[in-house]
Design a protein around this ligand. Structure first.
Ligand SMILES: [Zn+2]
Length: 113
């Protein structure tokens, strides 16, 4: 055992934790997650439990910053998500790509990707 305190969490990590805290299949817009993380870190000191499974999983790299900022006024803003057919569901249900691992662990616990 060491007495080293866990690292203080970053906005990005807290936003990721918020995104991973929603009950399946509820989705939060990434902008909402980040906003919540920023507000929470104004109110709270949060430390990461580095032994938690979530921090062991690969996180896709954030999209490269570009000159185009999101158009939040678009009627389709926040409504587009990539879905893949589940190979284990009989009807090949379309699952949001970033939720596939969670879907499989919930509905097909004996399957491993
Ligand atoms: Zn399935």
């Amino acid at each position: 055992m060491t007495d080293t305190p866990p690292p203080i969490i970053t906005v990005d990590d807290l936003a990721r934790a918020i995104d991973n805290s929603t009950p399946y299949p509820i989705e939060l817009n990434p902008t909402v997650c980040r906003y919540m993380a920023e507000r929470l870190l104004e109110m709270l000191t949060v430390a990461k439990r580095t032994d938690h499974d979530m921090w062991q999983r690969e996180e896709p790299p954030p999209p490269a910053p570009g000159p185009i900022s999101p158009d939040f006024t678009s009627p389709i803003a926040g409504r587009i998500e990539v879905r893949d057919p589940c190979p284990h569901c009989g009807d090949h249900q379309l699952i949001p790509r970033h939720r596939m691992a969670e879907h499989i662990s919930w509905l097909h616990p004996d399957e491993r990707t």
